[in-house]
Design a protein. Structure first.
Length: 131
């Protein structure tokens, strides 16, 4: 799913919308797979989203305005950033976030992920709320 060649751009489209761009899911690392799963779930509800992998704000900001517009078109402000870390920096690219807002939770990975609601259902609900 990820592209070693495209990482140099800081962000790139992993999965484009099929017909009409309703929203954009922006993620990085393991969260890209989760975003893709949410895209598939949203498709079942006739909601068409684009998935963007954004491993580096810095590299993305070095790209031309045309490239930035191609990846994150300004006409689509319905964007959700998904990051299993701080939301710091994400509000520049997305009005909504699914990020960690506290520190110190420990336990099995799947328990911590569930605690912070990093799941397809939460993403689907957040996207539907934006529309």
């Amino acid at each position: 799913m990820s592209s070693a060649k495209k990482v140099q751009y800081g962000a790139y489209v992993i999965a484009p919308e099929e017909k009409q761009l309703d929203a954009i899911l922006i993620a990085t690392g393991s969260e890209v797979g989760l975003a893709y799963q949410a895209k598939e779930a949203l498709k079942q509800e006739n909601i068409d989203v684009r998935v963007v992998s954004m491993p580096s704000f810095y590299l993305f900001e070095q790209q031309s305005k045309d490239y930035q517009e191609e990846v994150l078109p300004s006409y689509c402000q319905k964007r959700l950033a998904i990051e299993m870390a701080s939301e710091f920096g994400w509000h520049k690219y997305a009005k909504e976030t699914l990020c960690m807002h506290e520190f110190g939770k420990s336990g099995k990975a799947e328990d911590v992920i569930a605690y912070f609601h990093f799941d397809v259902e939460t993403i689907v609900q957040k996207v539907k709320k934006m529309l």
